[in-house]
Design a binder for this molecule. Structure first.
Ligand SMILES: *[C@@H]1O[C@H](CO)[C@@H](O)[C@H](O)[C@H]1NC(C)=O
Ligand SMILES: [Cu+2]
Length: 179
């Protein structure tokens, strides 16, 4: 009697929470230590192979971990990447625990600027792709107008609203809006 009445809303709420958790997980940004777990930013890691096991989305971060006496990190153009030249670079890092935010869709190129290291394979190409099908994928990286996190929250909110509308009785939605 009382239990039966209470179980339905509890089950519905549990189902909503499962959907919310799934939406949140899909939107969660990730941080990747370049080269991990078998290496880091070093002369041994095959970075072309390493990136194949990852999918990078706007909002993710990559970290370069290394001894600053042995290496550095220079973000370069595609041409710089191909020729191992850091002459026309975007930025250089030499702390040894350098965090790079992958803010927008596009391709980023990094190499080690120490003599010979890039030629020995110490360079990485990172493709940042859209998180979900949508208008955010259009155009080059520089055209990204809205912060990616805003788009993600909009998508997450839409998913939560859809889940709530499906699972809660209309009266409950009217009486207790979730936001
Ligand atoms: C980065 O480019 C500037 C010129 O824009 C150059 O002076 C500097 O040496 C370059 N840095 C590296 C690490 O090559
Ligand atoms: Cu190096």
């Amino acid at each position: 009697m009382v239990m039966t009445g209470a179980l339905v809303p509890v089950a519905a709420m549990a189902a909503v929470l499962v959907v919310v958790a799934a939406v949140m997980e899909a939107a969660a940004a990730a941080t990747y230590a370049v080269g991990a777990p078998d290496g880091l930013w070093d002369m041994q890691t095959d970075y072309a192979q390493w990136v194949k096991t990852k999918t990078f989305h706007p909002g993710d971060k990559i970290t370069f971990t290394y001894s600053p006496e042995l290496h550095d990190v220079v973000e370069v153009t595609e041409a710089g990447y191909c020729t191992c030249s850091s002459a026309n670079n975007f930025s250089a890092f030499r702390i040894g625990n350098d965090v790079v935010a992958l803010a927008a869709v596009g391709t980023r190129y990094f190499l080690c600027g120490l003599t010979g290291h890039c030629d020995n394979g110490m360079k990485i190409r990172v493709d940042v792709v859209a998180s979900a099908p949508g208008p955010a994928a259009a155009g080059p990286a520089s055209s990204a107008a809205a912060p990616p996190s805003a788009n993600r929250w909009a998508a997450a909110s839409a998913g939560i609203a859809a889940a709530a509308a499906l699972l809660l009785p209309p009266a409950a939605v009217v009486a207790r809006p979730l936001w």
